[in-house]
Ligand binder design. Structure first.
Ligand SMILES: Nc1ncnc2c1ncn2[C@@H]1O[C@H](COP(=O)(O)OP(=O)(O)O)[C@@H](O)[C@H]1O
Ligand SMILES: [Mg+2]
Length: 252
């Protein structure tokens, strides 16, 4: 049995996880990991279990069996105070953004800062401004989410998810439903966060154009199982029918 010290290059380590909902198995003996400073893309057809895997990794769900380590620490058996300290080092961009609609963008971004720090209002405001600058929304600070386009809302949600400078970021379908130009700019933002902020990023997606742009490594899922882990080039040469079908169907 290896200790966490030998694994520190991996910020996420999932080992033989089985999970599901009353009676159904959605993750079947899943193992994967995410290397520090990499963008790891979890991909696969709709309904194959990507979001469920993500939610197990951030402990919104508990697996039935297996091990999940974040920053080298086992989280499935951790007590809540200890897990809250892990949560402070994690950003999550959910599929639906989940901004509060009744308050302006700046206040949405301030929520995690106020929740986890005791900084003065002026410092909070300054941090919020830095994050909004980073995602190109400096001019939208006082607007309500409903006044923004879909792409801008995604950017605002991204600003909020990185408000505390998490070293580890999870994004579920960040470009789904966006037009190609907006999707491209969001992908570039994700690449910037890896390159300029040194973040480790795990992206769930089924958008082939995004995968090509951002993936350092891919984890290919099919019906609750991991079929392949490696580079995109390796995946396409692996001769795995489901992978060929996945990329073929989109016609590249
Ligand atoms: N809360 C839930 N309760 C019951 N079944 C669920 C729930 N969430 C997801 N599922 C089922 O688990 C399977 C995988 O879903 P999901 O992880 O959302 O797939 P993906 O993100 O790859 O599209 C699907 O069959 C889905 O219907
Ligand atoms: Mg999903």
């Amino acid at each position: 049995m290896e200790t966490s010290e030998t694994h520190t290059e991996y910020l996420v380590e999932v080992e033989r996880v089985t999970a599901g909902f009353a009676g159904s198995i959605v993750l079947d003996d899943v193992s994967m990991n995410a290397h520090k400073h990499d963008i790891t893309v979890i991909l696969g057809a709709s309904g194959c279990g990507k979001t469920t895997l993500l939610k197990n990794i951030i402990r919104l769900y508990q697996p039935r069996s297996g091990s999940i380590r974040l920053f080298g620490q086992e989280i499935t058996t951790m007590d809540d105070p200890e897990f809250n300290r892990i949560l402070e080092k994690i950003g999550v961009l959910f599929q639906n953004g989940a901004l509060l609609n009744s308050i302006p963008i700046s206040e949405n971004v301030a929520i995690p800062i106020k929740q986890h720090t005791s900084l003065s209002p002026r410092l909070v405001e300054r941090l919020v401004r830095i994050k909004l600058d980073l995602v190109g929304l400096q001019k939208a600070a006082t607007q309500l989410p409903s006044q923004l386009s879909g792409g801008m809302r995604k950017r605002a949600a991204l600003a909020r998810s990185i408000a505390l400078d998490p070293p580890l970021l999870f994004c579920d379908e960040p470009t789904a439903g966006l037009d190609p130009v907006t999707a491209d700019s969001l992908d570039r933002l994700i690449l910037n966060m890896r390159d300029q902020l040194g973040m480790t990023i795990v992206v769930v997606t089924h958008e082939i154009s995004s995968i090509k742009r951002i993936a350092d490594r891919i984890v290919f899922m099919d019906a609750g199982k991991i079929l392949f882990t490696g580079s995109l080039d390796e995946a396409r040469q692996a001769g795995i029918e489901q992978i060929d079908q996945f990329f073929g169907k989109a016609g590249d």
